[in-house]
Structures are given as C-alpha cells and as structure tokens.
Ligand binder design. Structure first.
Ligand code: AHR
Length: 336
C-alpha cells in the first residue's frame, strides 16, 4: 500500500521536476512534502547483542528511525542465529514493510530470502557486515565498514612500531582471536593479518581461536592458549570485547600488556571502554569501527523516497587511536 503511494509520490516528484525544467526551478509543492512525511515502515533484523558495539548500533538505528522522524520500526534481535534473521526477514515481507534492513551474521546464505524480498518488491539495505550473493541486484545497498581496510590500518601500524623498535628480524609471536567465523568483519580483518604475515617472514601465528566477538569467549580461549605458551608478542583481537577478555586472561596469568616490553594488544571498535583500556596502555592500537549507522540508513531511505538513485555501497567514516597519543577528551566525546 505504502509502496504504491511512494510510486505515486515519485511520479508527482518527476512531473514537478519536469515542470521545473520547462519553466525554471519551482519550489516543491505542499503535496509532495506532505507525502514525504507519511510514516515509513521499516523491518530491521539485528544480528544480536554480542558486544557494546552492537548495542550502540541498535541504539543508533532506533534513534534515526524513530516515530518523531516519521518511521515505524519493527526491530528484531536474531540472537546471533542466521536462521532467526531469515525468519524475521520473511515475516517483514509478510507484513509488507516499506524497507527491510539487516545486519547479517555471516556473508553467505542469503540468496533465497533476498529473492523473496525482491519478488515482493521490497528494497533491502544491508548494514554493518557485507554479504556475498549470486546477483548483486538482490539488494539495494550496503552501508557499513571496510573491514579489510581496518585490518590493513592495524597491520601498517604494527609494522611501523616493530620497525621503530628494531624488531624486524626477531621472531614475532602472534595470537589471533577471531570474530564470528564467516562474518565479513572477521573475513576482512583476518585477511589483512594473513597478507601482513606474507610480507613479514619473522611473524608467526602461535595460536588462532574464535572469540565470537565476545569478552567471555575470548577470556576462555586466551586462558587455554596461555596454558600452552606465554611466549607471546602480539595479540590481534577482532573487537574490543575480545581484547578485554584476552587482557583479563593475560593479567591473571601474570603477563602485562603494552608497547614497552609488554604484549602488544591490537583491537577494533574503539568503544568508550576500549578507548579507556587504550589510554591505560593495555590496548596499544584501537582501530575504529563506526556503529552509528542509523543516520546513514535514514538518509538513504529519504533519498529513495524522493525517487533518487542511491549508491550501492557506502562506507562509514572511521579512524584509529594509539595508546601513546589518545587523550581523555577523545574518550569523553565518545557516544558509546
Ligand atoms: O560487524 C561489526 C563487529 O561486530 C564489531 O567489530 C563487533 O564488536 C561486533 O559485534
């Protein structure tokens, strides 16, 4: 119903634009503005609540797609199960929502459900993690992070640090705690590490385990690794929760973390807590992964409502923080 209405709006908009071409630019008609304010029904399947990052991401979506902003948001927490996400998306299709948004647990396995959404004529926006599908036209757009770039930022930083410390020849023992296997966040960050291993022949992985992006799991796997070896130079964690869990386990085992003689911990996300650990020197480098994606989604929906063509890929802005240069102001200004 709303989509039909949207098409009519679009037609009105096009006619208005055409008239503008003929007789000079005209202000939008009152009718079109009215129509753009009609409530937009959005179904959002969130992967879960596994990390502080994820909670901030959910809050950002809820704030941007609020009633005051003209939306009705159906929020579904998939509790970290892909089947739950597929079920939620199918329900959104049955509810005839105007837009489907989802943050996929893993990259693959979305072809059939996206085909169903396309057959129903519902635009799909993928956020946060990317997907791999047979036909790129199965979804409208992706808004999220360039995880490979995040990992490459971390690797370049580590290479520079070790070069400055004269450690280009000695063996560098790395523990790798991976995120949810098959998620694009894991795939991109892992790929960057693997690529760096290829060009730094003195680096070696002494242990690789999945921490599933949670503090508890990382604490558990790091504890088990430490029973095997304590000869560790670097711990590469694929998010802040994992870094915190790994640090807990290392401190319990009597290891200290830091860039001057301690274990160098690298993390991703840059949440307030992660940055606090960074300022304390326990996380040496924290590469930002920006969860505040709600405004980007709202902006894209508004442009689609106006009948504008939107970009197929939109990467959010991200930076990084080092323990040597981070300030309290940077932490205080963090929203999450
Ligand atoms: O997909 C983004 C990742 O998922 C974040 O790094 C992590 O904290 C979250 O759970």
């Amino acid at each position: 119903m709303k989509r039909v209405f949207g098409i009519i709006c679009f037609a009105v908009f096009c006619l208005g634009a055409l008239a503008g071409c003929v007789s000079g630019a005209q202000p939008q008609t009152g009718d079109t503005d009215e129509n753009l304010r009609d409530t937009i029904l959005v179904g959002f399947s969130q992967v879960g609540a596994e990390s502080e990052w994820r909670v901030a991401n959910s809050e950002s979506m809820k704030a941007a797609l609020s009633e005051e902003n003209g939306y009705e948001l159906i929020f579904d927490d998939a509790r970290n199960e892909q089947e739950n996400q597929i079920r939620a998306i199918r329900t959104f299709i049955q509810q005839d929502v105007d837009y489907i948004v989802f943050s996929p647990r893993v990259e693959t396995g979305w072809n059939s459900i996206l085909l169903e959404a396309r057959d129903a004529g519902i635009p799909v926006i993928v956020i946060d993690r990317d997907i791999e599908v047979k036909d790129r036209n199965l979804y409208t757009a992706y808004i999220g992070s360039d995880f490979r770039k995040e990992g490459e930022t971390a690797m370049r930083w580590l290479e520079n640090l070790l070069t400055r410390q004269g450690r280009t020849q000695n063996p560098v023992n790395i523990v790798h705690i991976q995120g949810t296997i098959g998620s694009s966040a894991q795939i991109g960050r892992t790929a960057a590490l693997e690529q760096a291993l290829g060009r730094n022949t003195n680096w070696q992985i002494v242990a690789q385990e999945c921490g599933d992006f949670t503090r508890a799991k990382a604490y558990e796997v790091m504890g088990a690794i430490l029973k095997e070896t304590k000869d560790i130079d670097v711990v590469y964690c694929e998010n802040d929760g994992e870094a915190l869990g790994a640090i807990d386990a290392m401190e319990e085992a009597g290891l200290s973390c830091g860039t001057n003689g301690g274990v160098i911990v690298i993390s991703f996300d840059a949440t307030k807590l992660g940055l606090t650990y960074c300022k304390e020197g326990k996380i040496a480098l924290n590469v930002e992964c920006n969860p505040l994606q709600g405004p980007y989604v709202a902006d894209m929906i508004q442009r689609m409502e106006r009948g504008e063509k939107v970009e197929q890929e939109k990467y959010v802005d991200e930076t990084y923080f080092e323990s040597q240069t981070i300030t309290q102001e940077m932490i205080d200004s963090r929203e999450y």
